[in-house]
Design a protein around this ligand. Structure first.
Ligand SMILES: *Cc1c(COP(=O)(O)O)cnc(C)c1O
Length: 407
């Protein structure tokens, strides 16, 4: 008899964004002519930078000629892209990474989800609360948690991110083998200082733990004192894996390209205490189960680092950051406490009531879609996330409608 992976039955029936979509489409059906403005889901709206488009086109043309055609590419990704990443993303920050420590992939969602496959099934896991749901659900699927009970999974260590700690949890007294950190954070918009990250690296060394550092929103950092990479911290190379994505940086959510960094010194242990480099394991996994990113997409990603590409991608994040500032200023003017929105495209709004009630009120009275904070975890209760990923005129209209609705 074929049996299922019963861990899947522990997953909560409905995913946050499915729930939101259901409420939005119910409202739209009842009011077919009204224009709903979406400041909910974390997807970009601006087109790809022109430099990427033209590199993408030429690479497609190369595939049309026998002399320049490309078949299967190198398993870790093309060196031309990995070398640009090192030159522009890591070397200027004194975060010593070399090109063979980088694995090109089709997304950080998949990488953060798949990486746990090379770690033992019984490792203990600490996740932030509120949290990007992928970190939690993939560990549930892998059997690293108990049942869903009172809004949390049994067996996970939740790192509470509250306004009291500025939404940056300190390392806990308890031991965890695996720790997820995401800065600038989705959903709170918080970023971590150097000393906060140093405390986490120290924790990882002390407990022989591994940090999974998700830097998907690094392109939005404008304060130069904020570390952009975990490898700016001494000792991080031994204890941290970093995930980066071109999705939010350069509008690649539909094009798909990202990368994962595993330094050569980064290791985990066998049951007898032998240190094994994780680079070796992930390389094996990546080359066995992942088919790589297409050549034209890697050329399009490389173009992000050209002089025009750098200027154009900076303009993209500047655009969204200006939206974020508009949102934060207006929401504060209306009377809400807001967090994030600088160095981040997300504004975390303390709504003074239940998250879903506030969400429904904004949907019904302002026809604006936000994301209820409680959907990201217990500590998100009483907040909504507003996303700056939209056109400025839509953002302004949404804010005007919200102002009228809450009066
Ligand atoms: C958007 C996002 C990503 C990027 O995922 P991709 O699969 O690369 O598109 C990663 N982590 C977080 C927290 C995100 O919000």
């Amino acid at each position: 008899m074929i049996k299922i992976n019963e861990n899947y039955l522990k997953l909560r029936a409905s995913y946050l964004f499915t729930d939101i979509a259901r409420r939005v489409s119910a409202y739209q059906e009842a009011h077919p002519d009204n224009k709903i403005i979406k400041l909910g889901i974390g997807d970009v709206t601006r087109p790809l930078p022109r430099a990427c488009i033209s590199a993408f086109h030429s690479a497609v043309d190369e595939m049309a000629s026998e002399a320049t055609f490309k078949g299967y590419g190198p398993e870790q990704g093309y060196a031309f892209l990995r070398e640009k990443i090192v030159e522009f993303d890591f070397s200027p920050r004194n975060a010593g990474i070399n090109a063979n420590e980088i694995f090109i992939s089709d997304g950080s969602k998949c990488d953060t989800g798949n990486i746990i496959e090379i770690l033992s099934d019984d490792c203990s896991v600490a996740v932030p609360d509120p949290v990007y749901p992928v970190y939690v659900d993939t560990n549930v699927m892998a059997g690293r948690t108990g049942a869903w009970k009172d809004g949390r999974y049994e067996g996970l260590l939740y790192l509470e991110s509250t306004k009291e700690n500025g939404f940056v949890p300190e390392p806990p007294a308890e031991k965890a083998d695996l720790v997820y950190l995401c800065f600038p954070n989705n959903p709170t918009g918080a970023s971590a200082t150097r000393s906060q990250l140093e405390a986490w690296v120290e924790y990882a060394h002390k407990n022989r733990a591994l940090i999974l550092f998700d830097a998907a929103y690094v392109a939005f950092i404008r304060d130069d004192s904020i570390p952009q990479s975990i490898y700016e911290i001494d000792g991080a190379r031994e204890v941290a894996i970093e995930f980066r994505s071109f999705s939010k940086t350069a509008g690649f959510t539909g094009t798909r390209c990202a990368f994962t960094v595993i330094p050569e010194e980064c290791a985990a242990y066998t049951s007898t205490g032998e240190r094994i480099p994780l680079h070796q394991l992930w390389n094996r996994r990546h080359s066995t189960k992942f088919n790589g990113v297409s050549y034209p997409v890697q050329r399009a990603a490389e173009a992000i680092y050209s002089p025009e590409g750098r200027k154009q991608t900076r303009e993209l994040s500047d655009y969204y950051l200006a939206n974020a500032e508009t949102i934060r200023e207006k929401m504060m003017h209306i009377g809400y406490k807001c967090y994030g929105g600088d160095n981040s495209p997300y504004i975390w709004v303390e709504c003074g009531m239940d998250s879903w009630d506030f969400f429904d009120m904004l949907l019904n009275k302002a026809e604006v879609v936000t994301t209820p904070g409680s959907g990201f975890g217990k500590c998100g209760a009483g907040y909504v996330r507003i996303s700056a990923f939209n056109d400025l005129d839509k953002v302004k209209e949404a804010l005007d409608r919200i102002e009228v609705a809450v009066k």
